[in-house]
Design a protein around this ligand. Structure first.
Ligand code: 2AM
Ligand code: CA
Ligand code: CA
Ligand code: CA
Length: 270
C-alpha cells in the first residue's frame, strides 16, 4: 500500500476514534486565551495518528497542532502536517462542523492532502497531479467567478483589530456576502466544491491549511498569503485561497498596505 492509501484509511480510522471518544466525557482546557480551546479528544486523536504513522513509517516526521514536531524546521524527507480536530470550538459547542486535516509533503513538495468530515463521513482527498475527490467522486475544476458574484469565507473576529479591518471590509462590501464556518479545513472543502469562491484568513498555522492547499491547488485554485507569497510549511501566515480570477482581485486589496505588512510580519512565527 502506498502512503496515500495508508493515509486515506488512517484518517477514516481517526474519525471513527473521535466519534466513539466524543460519546464519553472529556476535559476542555484553554490555550492562548479563554476562547482558544483544546480537549482531550484533540490530544488523543493527534496521539492516535502519530503513533500509527510512526509504526508504519518510522522515518517520517510529523507536525501536529497539539505538540508533535514543533521542533521540526526543515522540509527534508516525508513530512506529515496534521490537525487532529480543525474547528475545536465547533466540536465543543456543536458536535459537528469540524474535520481532521492531513497534508503530506516529500522534500517540501506536495504529495497528498486529506480532509475528513467524520460526522458526515465525507473524505476529501487529492494526490498531487492525480485529481481531487470527495469520497470516490471527482471534484470539478475551479471556475473563474469574480468577487462581485461570490460568497467569501472569513473570520469576523479579525475585524476587532482596526489595522486589519479596512481591506477586509472593502472586500466584504464588493462580495455578494461573507460566511464564517469556524473550520479553515472545512472552508477549503467548500472552496473545492465551489460553494464559496474564496477564503481569507489573517493568521493560520500550516496544520490549518496543509491538507486544504493540496486539495484545492489540484483543482486549479490559487493559494498564497495576502501579499501573494507562497504559503510556508512552518510558522504562521495569512491565507488567501480562491479561483485564479478572484485570487488576483483579492491580492489588489492588500497591495502597498505597509501598515498591514508590518502587522503581518510581527505575527509571523508566533
Ligand atoms: P482549530 O479549531 O484547529 O484551532 C477558526 O476560524 C479557524 O482558525 C479554525 O481553523 C481554527 O483551528 C483556527 N484557529 C483557532 N484559533 C486560532 C488561533 N489562535 N490562531 C490561529 N488560528 C486559529
Ligand atoms: Ca486550536
Ligand atoms: Ca486548525
Ligand atoms: Ca486543531
Amino acid at each position: 500500500m502506498d502512503i496515500y492509501n495508508f493515509a486515506k484509511d488512517l484518517i477514516v480510522e481517526a474519525g471513527q476514534f473521535i466519534e466513539k471518544r466524543m460519546l464519553e466525557s472529556f476535559h476542555v482546557d484553554s490555550k492562548s486565551n479563554p476562547d482558544d480551546l483544546v480537549t482531550d479528544v484533540d490530544r488523543e486523536t493527534e496521539q492516535f495518528l502519530s503513533q500509527r504513522i510512526s509504526e508504519q513509517y518510522p522515518t517520517h516526521r510529523i507536525i501536529g497542532e497539539e505538540g508533535q514536531g514543533h521542533d521540526v524546521h526543515d522540509n527534508k524527507g516525508v513530512l506529515w502536517i496534521i490537525d487532529p480536530i480543525d474547528g475545536t470550538l465547533n466540536f465543543v459547542h456543536q458536535s459537528e462542523n469540524f474535520a481532521i486535516s492531513i497534508g503530506i509533503f516529500i522534500d517540501g513538495q506536495p504529495y497528498c492532502g486529506l480532509i475528513y468530515d467524520c460526522m458526515k463521513a465525507d473524505l476529501y482527498h487529492a494526490k498531487y497531479k492525480e485529481g481531487a475527490f470527495l469520497n470516490n467522486v471527482p471534484l470539478e475544476k475551479a471556475k473563474e467567478v469574480p468577487l462581485s458574484r461570490s460568497l467569501i469565507a472569513m473570520n469576523p473576529k479579525r475585524f476587532l483589530n482596526e489595522r486589519i479591518r479596512t481591506p477586509f471590509f472593502s472586500i466584504m462590501s464588493k462580495s455578494r456576502s461573507v460566511r464564517s464556518y469556524g473550520s479553515a479545513a472545512l472552508e477549503f472543502t467548500m472552496l473545492a466544491r465551489g460553494q464559496i469562491s474564496a477564503l481569507l484568513f489573517f493568521r493560520l498555522h500550516p496544520w490549518d491549511y496543509a491538507g486544504g492547499v493540496i486539495l484545492t491547488n489540484e483543482l486549479g485554485y490559487k493559494t498564497s498569503n495576502v501579499f501573494g507569497q507562497d504559503l510556508p510549511l512552518f510558522g504562521t501566515t495569512s491565507v488567501i485561497a480562491g479561483n485564479p480570477l478572484i485570487h488576483q482581485e483579492l491580492l489588489a486589496y492588500f497591495e502597498n498596505d505597509k501598515d498591514l505588512k508590518s502587522l503581518h510580519d510581527e505575527t509571523h512565527n508566533l
